[in-house]
Design a protein around this ligand. Structure first.
Ligand SMILES: Nc1ncnc2c1ncn2[C@@H]1O[C@H](COP(=O)(O)OP(=O)(O)OP(=O)(O)O)[C@@H](O)[C@H]1O
Ligand SMILES: [Mg+2]
Length: 304
């Protein structure tokens, strides 16, 4: 069972293209398999989750994807309006207030308003209830933007507390911020690859989040190669590798040496991550097939 199934809010971030959405998809299936209702909220994404889960395209309305799984692709403008309507309990009031150009220019001037619209909406989904009083979604997974933007987004509630005058918006920012900081309910998940640059970025991101009061709960290293060689073997292959390829044996040695170089870089990255991060990383294997397919995501879901 996913270690995140007992959280209410899961925020997934990491460098661009490292597999954040893949992890969100796999986690969603794992959490649903534990009998929970899960919503995956994407931030204005070029949406690929539907391909990964084999559903119809996912837009700005929450859609049911499969048993226990819902998804939404939030758009900042829509999210702001929807959120405004929710807070004010009236579209007419929203239009009267937000349609006012002074209010609009005030909102535009609030730093991170678009980020807040999406983070705030995702958080708000954690508070939604069914008529019987139970939570509509047991877990909301936010597929947050990549590193810098993800960090900006997570900074927003705190910024709001500094700049927004007391009122409804501020009250929600306070509640969202309190939830984000509560490790029992919220998990910050970083996804990375076992390579030098993503490793450095992940370590920096974890430090920046810690400074913000949002310690990382889980690190998933995606695309891990099963090691074929020990460190002694890696060195021996590097020494034996021919400069030129004159035979099939040479070709095999060159291929082996390439692999050994990658395994070495991977081992160094994993060692750095283990040293620098507050939690031991979890691993997902590098797949040699198109990973954006439901049957593959299902396999990954058994491993998250
Ligand atoms: N373990 C894996 N093995 C092989 N391919 C993978 C693996 N994980 C992800 N991929 C592929 O890598 C690509 C990027 O993955 P994904 O879209 O999940 O990344 P992302 O971090 O969400 O990207 P973005 O920053 O653009 O949102 C996709 O084509 C995905 O299918
Ligand atoms: Mg993505």
């Amino acid at each position: 069972m996913s270690t995140l199934a007992d959280r209410r809010f899961v925020l997934v971030t990491g460098k661009g293209g490292v597999g954040k959405t893949t992890v969100c998809a796999a986690e969603a299936l794992a959490i649903a398999a534990a009998g929970k209702r899960v919503l995956v909220a994407m931030c204005n994404a070029k949406e690929r989750l539907s391909v990964m889960l084999g559903s119809s395209p996912i837009g700005p309305e929450v859609t049911h994807v499969e048993k226990g799984v819902w998804a939404v692709n939030m758009r900042p403008e829509n999210a702001l309006e929807e959120y405004g309507v929710l807070v004010l309990h009236s579209r007419a009031l929203y239009k009267a207030l937000f349609g006012n150009r002074y209010v609009r220019s005030f909102l535009r001037a609030v730093p991170g308003m678009h980020e807040w619209a999406m983070l705030g909406k995702a958080w708000w989904h954690t508070t939604e209830r069914l008529p019987d009083g139970s939570f509509k979604y047991d877990v909301v997974i936010l597929d947050a933007p990549a590193t810098g933007h993800g960090l900006d987004m997570l900074r927003v509630p705190k910024v709001m507390l500094d700049v927004v005058p007391p009122g409804l918006l501020r009250r929600d920012a306070e509640r969202a911020w309190a939830m984000c900081q509560d490790r029992k309910t919220t998990a910050i998940v970083l996804v990375t690859l076992p390579e030098e640059m993503p490793t450095s970025e992940t370590i920096e991101l974890a430090a920046a989040l810690r400074e913000l009061g949002l310690p990382v709960s889980r690190v998933i290293v995606n695309g891990v190669l099963p090691p074929l060689f020990s460190s002694e073997e890696r060195e021996a292959i590097a020494r034996a590798c021919p400069g030129e390829v004159a035979s099939r044996g040479d070709a095999a040695l060159v291929a082996g040496a390439d692999r050994a170089v990658r395994e070495q870089a991977q081992a160094e990255s994993l060692a750095r991550l283990s040293r620098a991060l507050p939690v031991p990383p979890a691993f997902l294997p590098l797949l040699m097939e198109d990973a954006a397919k439901p049957e593959v995501i299902r396999r990954l879901a058994m491993r998250v």
